[in-house]
Design a protein around this ligand. Structure first.
Ligand SMILES: C[S@@+](CC[C@H](N)C(=O)[O-])C[C@H]1O[C@@H](n2cnc3c(N)ncnc32)[C@H](O)[C@@H]1O
Length: 272
């Protein structure tokens, strides 16, 4: 819903990552989305964690860790050591501060980096998680190869992400703003599996959670309506196009209802 009109092809590679990271660093986005920047929130993160076979001594990497909500939940609930990496320095700093505030500074550490070139050595994590972000990465195959590289043999990757049937997306859902909103470059669940398989990660579980997408659309609409009255200048300054937002939200709701858009959980394993 940010008002940056060029089509997604006009911005590519690092430019796209910069746009995405800047959007998800804004306080207005935090007001719209809450702590977890993905449909399903922490409940879906817990569901994902159940499939990862985490052990107390294990290390977990949260790729595109945002403000640290997923990583801190895993460190706190499963007693694992979690490293978070995000393209946005502001998010990294926020997450590190949240870790200290929560008394988890010894078990959660955050650095700024790129999912397509992770700044971590080979084979050190028993699990990699990536929530609502693979859909935004320009080179998904490279990111998947990086997930595989940093995993130990037999390690698992847990993904929750937007799914889409790209050639059925309405025009409102295909611009740069929709790309940043995790929609326009989302792929069908089967394609995510294929991308992971090509990197040596075999899918062992998939689940559809499309209703979580609808709930997030409802939440954004309700909060936008509130903020429109109290903070419209802030929204506009952050690039939110208040005039376009209702049509984008309506198109997204229709797309979920007819199966064009959805949200899914996927767990894949690196061969032992
Ligand atoms: C929709 S948010 C999801 C954040 C978090 N995973 C969550 O679910 O709360 C997408 C995040 O991906 C980050 N991001 C975008 N491109 C990235 C890249 N190439 N490498 C690492 N992080 C990236 C953004 O900065 C943003 O924090």
């Amino acid at each position: 819903m940010t008002d940056q009109r060029p089509g997604p092809s006009a911005v590519s590679g690092d430019g796209l990552k910069d746009c995405c990271a800047a959007a998800y660093s804004s306080d207005v986005v935090a007001l719209l989305l809450g702590d977890s920047y993905h449909p399903g929130g922490t409940a879906l993160t817990r569901r994902l964690a159940e499939g990862l076979r985490l052990t107390e001594s294990g290390r977990v990497l949260d790729v595109a860790s945002g403000r640290g909500t997923t990583a801190l939940l895993l460190a706190d609930t499963y007693d694992v050591r979690v490293d978070g990496v995000d393209y946005s320095p502001a998010n990294t700093a926020f997450a590190q501060g949240a870790a200290s505030t929560a008394g988890l500074g010894d078990r959660a550490a955050f650095i700024t980096g790129d999912a397509e070139g992770l700044p971590h050595p080979d084979g050190i994590f028993e699990a990699v998680v990536c929530e609502c972000a693979l859909c935004t990465f320009p080179d998904k195959a490279r990111a998947a190869a990086e997930f595989a590289r940093v995993l130990v043999p037999g390690g698992r990757v847990g993904i929750t992400d937007v799914t889409a049937v790209p050639d059925r997306l309405a025009p409102e859902l295909t611009g740069l703003a929709a790309r940043i909103a995790c929609i326009s470059d989302a792929r069908p669940l089967s394609e995510y599996s294929r991308i992971l398989a090509a990197a040596g990660l075999r899918t062992v579980r998939t689940e559809r959670h499309n209703q979580a997408m609808t709930r997030m659309i409802d939440q954004i609409e309700a909060r936008l309506n509130l903020l429109r009255m109290t903070a419209s200048a802030k929204l506009t300054a952050a690039g939110v196009d208040l005039d376009a937002a209702p049509a984008v939200l309506a198109a997204a709701r229709t797309a979920v209802a007819d199966g064009t858009l959805g949200y899914a959980l996927l767990i894949a394993e690196k061969s032992p």
